[in-house]
Design a protein around this ligand. Sequence first.
Ligand code: SAH
Length: 397
Amino acid sequence: MYKTLTLKRGKEESLLRFHPWVFSGALVSMPQPGDDSIEEGDIVRVVASDGRPMGVGHFQIGSIAVRMLAFDDIEITPEFYGDALRRAWQMRKALGLHRPDNTAFRLVHGEGDFLPGLVVDIYGDTAVIQAHSPGMHFAREIIAMQLTQIDGLDIRSVYYKSETTLPYKAHLDAPNGYLIGHADSSVAIENGLKFNIDWLRGQKTGFFVDQRDNRSLLEHYSAGRRVLNMFCYTGGFSVYAMRGGAAKVHSVDSSSKAVALTDANIALNFPGDTRHEAFAEDAFKFLDNTATGDYDLIILDPPAFAKHRSALRNALRGYQKLNAAGIAKVAPGGIVFTFSCSQAVSREQFRLAVFSAAAQTGRRVRILHQLTQPADHPVNIYHPEGEYLKGLVLYVE
Ligand code: SAH
């Protein structure tokens, strides 16, 4: 059986409410690095101060000491992962995300799918796995094998990509690479639009599937508008704007690789279409050099400004500055799609930053839509921290 970690008196409350994290401060004693009894990534039993079993989870050194896999005293077998993956798949089937015209979606969203520390994105017949915990890193081969056995999902290759998501202190040797098979094609389809997905070199698992619904909404606002897509990365919003009938689309990213990806995705869907142009430039500088009225629709989807709580203040200032620039420059009667993917920034804080930005410009601004992450990025109701993507669609007079 697994090694046991004991909670301090009263610290079982959150586990009784199925919150999946045990903080190190809740444990009677925290195993130390080099301690030969419990290693990082081990499966441990967690018991209350009176010895009552609370469940099992992956142990890790850090402020989150255990990520719970189950709230019963069970054994974690390959079938455990298989069951959890199949349940995640059942839910995606219910969402209707697996169709010939939509082959990209998230199959596993960590805590949101009761598999803390694990992300799995599907691109056609390739699954890209991202481990955020040593425990999931050690389980990667089992997870890969179980993925190929899900009926109807038809996974032929599994790519592992955790070099940047695993805690570096764990000193895990986790090179990116195929665990199973080798994909021939890396073109995925989202709502009928084609995207080259570069899981080998791209950010995250190669694509931001979390903006799918928001891109669809943008498509409906694009007709006849001059669109500016800031922080374009793979050009997701740009491609939708083109299909929506935009008069022109300008994409901006400070990374020239991202600009090349965007150009390639536009060419894949709209070869030879001269409405699109991409610029490798800093977003703030680009907006500085933009005259008010040059664009009717501006998208602001920056990287997470606050990766940790400590960076919150600066992050909020960053969101305010960016949004003030966007709101100031959009044409009268224009629309701004603005986002924050910082988990540390709450919905209210983000809204306040955008409110301050609007006030700074003195323009009349109304909120048309309040956006969030799509249904394949579910929030475990016992783990509200899982809500991270926030967006507002603004109408600017
Ligand atoms: N909107 C994208 C995802 C954006 S990811 C999508 O729908 O897929 C964030 C992007 O911002 C990255 O590609 C990164 O290169 C870019 N970036 C980061 N800092 C930037 C800056 N100061 N100016 C412009 N782009 C920046």
